[in-house]
Design a protein. Structure first.
Length: 289
């Protein structure tokens, strides 16, 4: 039996059962200490491949590797106790075939101890989704704007703003649901289309830039905290963390520059000698030659 049996960690079926019961609260998470804070308020923590942009300074998510996802996934699982942790499969790790996807997703599950993986793509990923779910790997889908396809899409473009785009995106959502996905992320999608999909599919929709019609919401944590220098229109900044970090670093630099930090309360005295910092810090006399 698990040592942590007293804390029930949510599993994919628990999230699926929240549809039409309660709004699902989700954030991305890449770091153990912030995961521990987010875990108190979130049902889902997604270790998204946007970590390539917000943690590593890449321009897109395309360069992110499986090893990077595993390092951050493991940190988040260590920090969180209750939320379901979902780890993104990065570009190139699952598209080739269902068996390649299984091998890489199984590695992610074993090495991070996460509860599910997320794949980008609708109908084209339905067969792979079914293959993974049948073999014990819960899958979250991701449709609408799929940032790993940026080089085909030609930019981070909102999806479904004209009605002729709707049937394909609706078919994507239904195909993933039929294939056994437990939830689906709708990214950067017109509000009426997100509402229609949420109504049509039996699994929860988790919106990011897809309106309050979705069954749940996710944002990139660094964006909503006010840390990311540039954010999409759909992000509301709930904090001003970049300003708080800069204020703290400026104060530190000033105190170090003025020799006000470290003070005596931040230094170690000798165990059996009186604290005499002045004597310790006095410049050594020049030796006469
Ligand atoms: O990588 C990411 O940040 C995502 C979010 C949409 C959850 O996939």
């Amino acid at each position: 039996m698990s040592l942590h049996a007293q804390t029930h960690r949510l599993m994919a079926p628990d999230i699926a059962a929240m549809k039409r019961v309660k709004p699902i609260v989700a954030l991305t998470s890449y770091h153990a200490h912030t995961a521990a804070i987010a875990d108190k308020y979130c049902d889902l923590l997604i270790v998204g491949d946007s970590l390539g942009m917000v943690m590593h300074g890449f321009e897109t998510t395309v360069p992110v590797t499986l090893d990077m996802m595993i390092v951050h996934g493991r940190a988040v699982v260590r920090g969180a106790r209750r939320a379901l942790v979902v780890v993104d499969m990065p570009f190139g790790s699952y598209e080739e075939s269902p068996s390649v996807a299984f091998r890489n997703a199984a590695r992610v599950m074993k090495e991070t101890d996460c509860g599910a993986v997320k794949l980008e793509g609708g109908r084209r990923m339905a067969e792979t989704t079914r293959y993974l779910v049948d073999r014990g790997i819960p899958v979250m889908g991701h449709i609408g704007l799929t940032p790993q396809s940026i080089n085909v899409l030609g930019g981070f473009k909102t999806q479904g703003r004209t009605r002729d785009e709707w049937p394909a995106i609706e078919a994507d959502a239904l195909a993933l649901s039929d294939a056994g996905a437990f939830a689906v992320v709708l990214e950067a999608m017109s509000a009426p289309l997100a509402a229609r999909i949420t109504e049509q599919v039996p699994i929860p929709t988790i919106g990011i830039g897809a309106s309050s019609h979705c069954d749940g919401q996710v944002l990139v944590m660094e964006d909503m905290l006010g840390l990311s220098p540039r954010v999409p229109k759909f992000v509301k900044k709930f904090g001003a963390v970049a300003t708080a970090i800069e204020d703290a670093i400026r104060a530190y630099a000033e105190e170090v520059g003025a020799r006000r930090f470290p003070g005596t309360e931040h230094t170690y005295a000798m165990k059996d000698e009186p604290r005499d910092l002045a004597a310790v810090t006095k410049k050594p006399k020049k030796l006469s030659t």
